[in-house]
Design a protein around this ligand. Sequence first.
Ligand code: ZN
Length: 242
Amino acid sequence: MNKAATAVAAGAAASLAAGALAHLLPATSSLRRFRNRCLPALSGVGEVGHVALTFDDGPDPLSTVPVLDALDGLGWRATFFMLGEMTAAYPDVGREVVRRGHEVAVHGYAHSSHIRHGPTWATRDVMAARDTIAELTGAQPQWVRPPYGALSTSTLIAARRAGLAPVLWTTWGRDWRPEATPASIVDDISSTLVPGATVLLHDSDCTSAPGSWKATLAALPMLAEAWAGAGLVVGPLLEHGV
Ligand SMILES: [Zn+2]
């Protein structure tokens, strides 16, 4: 476990133990703002002027490659929080993410909320995902983001045991919703953008509305225009200064 992971896990655990936070940290926007301010590393608050772009739920043979193509076109690299079961099913797609220069991270083996599980289950799930992703993509993850962002004490214990740093997000596009459009995704991101933001999107609809990735894909060039105008640099969490 690296130093950052230890510090994040210890800080988050202390806050949880103090009873200052509800079990489900990112559930509401007010909690997200509180988390951004009080637990910046856990929220993914990085260097001002840099945006960490992150995608959850892949790799997916239908949607991940179009996302990779779009990122290539924009000259962007991102962090992909992969599912172990998707990586096991589509290892070629997982390897393609790495081949194109992106960072891989752990979302979980199964897409199951840690709120429903104890630390033993969460540890087994996170470690299985870490090992599957590392073995099949050839890249070593260093971050974990639990499914649904449902961070619990089980997540923190699992992260510590797996040597991964837990990271949620500061900013989201709510691109999983059936009613999401490219414009709504850009609006949601713009309205929740903070300095040093970590942005949550999805490169698979395996847990989202069918076809929702198409709106995400179409939002990317619109985000590029907005962020270029603001002078923001986009990259993976590895380069975010978390
Ligand atoms: Zn997810």
